[in-house]
Design a protein around this ligand. Structure first.
Ligand SMILES: Cc1cc2nc3c(=O)[nH]c(=O)nc-3n(C[C@H](O)[C@H](O)[C@H](O)COP(=O)(O)OP(=O)(O)OC[C@H]3O[C@@H](n4cnc5c(N)ncnc54)[C@H](O)[C@@H]3O)c2cc1C
Ligand code: SF4
Length: 496
């Protein structure tokens, strides 16, 4: 039973971020953690008050916002009552990795929360983080090894959140699971895309320890279908395994074919961010792409762009400007086109935006300008307006924007075809993703697809949901029946 007056007694409140001038000196989490003083500033009693704001709604709309079907009112009430053992059990019932979503999810559940009708939703994401962090602190997260082994072998290709979720579910169901990752470490975008200041890698590593103890095997530095020595051929992959899960992500970055694109100093975001992550971990002092002292321009106004922004500021950029072709979103949702309980499309200030830089909206890059030595010196921009749904240049609005370094953060066009996918001969759909049926199976029998590789560029919460659902389909295919949950179908979409 919820506290029936909690939402009247307590206002929505979140833990503070560390002061900007302090956090820019390091790469640590922008929020206070237990090590940096969270307990003193936002004690667990404050989180329990936030949990008490949940009304345990008759129709909990928060459920509809979350593809995992998280049991939000149940664990809100358990957190309120200080029962972390039961709370984490309920949390894990629907989500293998609540610490990833508790740190990184844009929280569509909060957009759908009934209290968001008054723009003060329950702080669901923060409560989720608190439950799982309390559980790790109290040694409540222990390995859950399988009780029986099926003798079936499954390969998971790609170790992002989709692959990890599929692997954990299938290992626990008793299959012999090996995860192949071409990078030198496990984690996909959680490892080398998302910066340390958004989620410290230690958070990922403690979960991987649990997975290893349960029996999941990880093989890193091996590209399946790659041509380098030590890589694994697709023929060997098929021969060695009874089923395969493809979870290689949507790794092909969208490029900008504007004149001057070939100049030095212009990079895709994912050419830059992995170096920043290695610098954050002390593995590189002077990364090959370094914003120190430079005028940086980021093309693309989304989260990937914000990650470039925060990384460039920590490297000591002279200035950072983020460009977006769309107009600035409104401060409040439009009740007609974007009503509750859909996700509010409003202006957001991420931690990186709080740290500085300028955001320009309704602008387009006409060309990149050479410094005379083959390196970018500036961008030629113009303003745009929308006419009949198409962007049109506003004549006379051209101007130069100085740029020593440009990052293209305009999204991803789909999965890499060469190597793995061409070798397997799977069909690609019209959107550049691996085609699959209602059971997450590609056009090649026994080869399943989960996460961004099948859905296209999406979110961690969707990757975990797809990994869980695909595991249920694989288990059924291998054994004829499965008790594993399937929270989403391949064609499920966010609440619209
Ligand atoms: C910079 C950035 C920041 C983001 N921030 C957020 C955020 O804050 N919140 C959020 O919800 N979402 C965020 N996203 C989106 C989110 O990270 C992705 O939707 C999610 O990681 C997709 O998971 P996945 O498992 O499908 O693939 P990925 O995480 O992309 O993992 C795929 C892995 O497969 C490996 N691989 C590919 N091919 C092969 C092969 N042939 N052999 C071996 N390994 C292979 C790749 O090396 C990679 O490690 C962000 C995305 C980016 C790019
Ligand atoms: S919609 Fe909000 S208030 Fe209602 S049950 Fe969900 S979290 Fe609680």
């Amino acid at each position: 039973m919820a506290d029936s007056t909690g939402f009247l007694k307590y206002d929505r409140a979140l833990p503070p971020r560390r002061p900007v001038d302090i956090r820019l000196l390091d790469w640590k989490d922008v929020y206070l953690t237990r090590e940096t003083g969270e307990d003193a500033v936002f004690p667990v009693t404050a989180i329990r008050q936030q949990a008490a704001r949940c009304m345990d709604c008759g129709i909990p709309f928060c459920h509809h916002g979350c593809p995992l079907g998280n049991l939000i009112p149940e664990w809100n009430d358990l957190a309120r009552r200080d029962d972390w053992t039961e709370a984490v059990e309920r949390l894990h019932a629907t989500n293998n990795f609540p610490e990833f979503t508790g740190k990184l999810c844009p929280a569509p559940c909060e957009g759908s929360c009934v209290l968001n009708l008054q723009e003060s939703p329950v702080t669901i994401k923060q409560i989720e983080w608190e439950i799982i962090d309390q559980a790790f602190q109290r040694d409540l997260v222990t390995p859950v090894p399988p009780q029986e082994h099926t003798g079936k072998k499954v390969a998971v290709v790609g170790s992002g959140p989709a692959g990890l979720a599929a692997a954990q579910q299938l290992t626990r169901a008793g299959h012999d699971v090996t995860v192949y990752e071409r990078a030198d470490r496990v984690g996909g975008l959680l490892r080398y895309g998302i910066p340390e200041f958004k989620m410290e890698k230690a958070v990922l590593d403690r979960r991987l320890d649990q997975m290893r103890a349960e029996g999941t095997r990880f093989v890193t530095g091996v590209e399946v279908g790659g041509g380098a020595e030590g890589d694994l051929s697709v023929e060997q992959l098929r021969a060695d395994n009874d089923a395969v899960v493809l979870s290689g992500g949507a790794t092909v970055g969208r490029d900008l074919p504007a004149p001057g694109r070939e100049l030095a100093g212009i990079h895709l975001a994912m050419e830059y961010l992995p170096f920043g992550n290695r610098q954050a971990l002390g593995e590189l002092d002077d990364p090959p792409i370094n914003a120190r002292g430079k005028h940086v321009v980021i093309i693309g106004g989304g989260d990937t762009g914000a990650d470039c922004l925060g990384t460039a500021h920590r490297q000591g950029a002279a200035s950072v400007t983020q460009l977006e072709i769309m107009p600035a979103p409104p401060d409040q949702r439009d009740p007609l086109s974007n009503p509750w309980p859909t996700y509010p499309m409003i202006m957001r200030v991420s931690s990186a935006h709080e740290e500085g830089g300028e955001r320009l909206y309704s602008v387009n890059t006409e060309r990149f300008i050479d410094d005379g030595n083959g390196t970018v010196r500036a961008l030629l921009l113009h303003e745009v307006e929308r006419v009949d749904g198409r962007f049109q240049k506003i004549e006379g609005s051209e101007r130069e924007l100085p740029a020593d370094l440009v990052f293209l953060a305009m999204g991803f066009t789909g999965a890499q075809r060469e190597g793995l996918l061409e070798g397997l001969g799977v069909e690609i759909d019209g959107r550049g993703n691996v085609a699959r049926d209602g059971e997450f199976m590609s056009t090649v029998p026994g080869v399943f697809v989960a996460g961004d590789m099948g859905r296209g560029q999406s979110l961690i919460v969707w990757a975990i949901a797809e990994g869980r659902a695909a595991a249920g389909a694989v288990d059924t295919w291998l054994t004829g029946a499965s008790l594993l949950p399937r929270p989403v179908t391949p064609t499920a979409v966010a609440l619209r």
